[in-house]
Each structure stands twice: as C-alpha cells, then as structure tokens.
Design a binder for this molecule. Sequence first.
Ligand SMILES: C[S@@+](CC[C@H](N)C(=O)[O-])C[C@H]1O[C@@H](n2cnc3c(N)ncnc32)[C@H](O)[C@@H]1O
Length: 233
Amino acid sequence: MTAFKQGDPTTLNRLYGRSIGKPLRTHQQHLVDNLLPQISPPAEGPVTAERLFGEDCPLHFEIGFGGGEHLVYRADLLPNHGFIGAEPFLNGVASCLSQVEEQRLANIRIHNGDALEVLDRVPDGALTMLYLLHPDPWPKNKHAKRRMMNDGPVKMFADKLKPGGEFRFGTDHPVYLRHALMVMRRHTDAFEWVVEGPSDWQNRPSGWPETRYEHKARTKFGHEVWYFRFRRR
Ligand SMILES: C[S@@+](CC[C@H](N)C(=O)[O-])C[C@H]1O[C@@H](n2cnc3c(N)ncnc32)[C@H](O)[C@@H]1O
C-alpha cells in the first residue's frame, strides 16, 4: 500500500508489499504483453469515461483488486458501466486478464501499479462507485501510515465520488476495522454510513461477491468479514 504523509494530499508515492510472485504461465505472459497495454488507462492526463471507453458512462474504480474476481463480477453485471481496476501485483493482474479474455469483457481497464496514481487523474465527482476490499492490513502501529484508509486517500475518495456515489469497504482484520472506522468518523461531512443495524455490516450485501482472498479468510482462518457502504453526501 502507499502511505499517507501529513501535508501530502495523496500518498508517499511509494508502494509497499509484493509486486510479483511465481513466474507467469506462457499464456498469462502473453496477456500481460498484449492485452494489458490495450486496456491500460493512459499513462498521463485525465482518466475519463470518454477517454477509456469512447463515451460517457457511470465509472467504477476498484483499488487493489487482487485476482480480479470482484471487478470481473461487477463488470459482467453492469455491461454499460465502465470499470477501472488497479493492482500492483502482476500475478493478480494476469489472473484478471485471463477472466477479461474468457468473458470478453469490454468494459474493464486495468492499471498494473498504484491505485492512487490513477485515481488522482480521475476528474473530481466522476465516480459512481469506489471499492476497497481487504486492503493490506499493516497491523503494526508503526506501519499504520501505510494503510490505504488514511485521511489523505479518504479525502481523495470523497473528491472523486459524485454526490450519491458509493464507497464500499470490506475487511476481515479487526485492527484495520477499528482504524478504518476511526478514519471514516473524521469524514462524516463527506460520507454517510449506509447502515440500519449490525446485519448491515455482518452480512455481505447483494452484488458484492466473495473473492478468493475472502473465501480463504473465512474457511481457512475462520475470520469474520465486515462490509461497509458509505454514501457520498
Ligand atoms: C489482501 S489483498 C486483497 C485483494 C482483493 N481486494 C480481494 O479482496 O481479494 C490486498 C491487495 O491490495 C493490493 N495493493 C497494495 N497496495 C496497493 C496500491 N497502492 N494500489 C492498488 N493496490 C494495492 C495488493 O497488491 C493486494 O493485491
């Protein structure tokens, strides 16, 4: 994750965590070499629906999509919406590219790198939805500034979402949960927590599929998972 530095509106411009794992299979490498450049957002300038998809459409952004299960599910569900996913871990990107190819999804753009670099270039008020699912927890206090949920990024999330737009956040990590809610309490001027009672954060909302990461958290580690929806005021 990138870290927030006081006085820096976005990030330290530094990635933490791994960006490559085991070697890619031949076809995955082919997709990274050929499909990825075709569906990457432009390296410079504004990141708009018109530039990415050739027309105005509701824009969604997923930060750290892992293997892309959620991104692909959402894009398939909403074919007339445009989806941008950012993920620095190349093996995750390769897995997402395979799904994009198999399902012939024309409404996904993928950035292999830091989400905040691309999000920063999305015009203010342009996003309909923003997703942050199971961000790296950085559980030690001394690493708290590396967490994606910090005042700088959250301020940027607020800027990029349109009024009525939604920020979805999920975690299975109790330390991150407490930290995230503390941060969000500082941004109640921008975000309204869409909640009526505990079942709202204990049960997965419809249209929010389980990722492989989440499945493992539940079944292998016995973790609870918490779901949050925040509406941009
Ligand atoms: C615990 S995984 C969760 C993956 C996925 N969201 C899921 O729920 O399955 C956290 C992901 O965030 C990614 N990540 C870390 N820093 C990031 C950054 N600055 N921008 C985008 N993604 C980042 C990691 O590479 C990793 O894939």
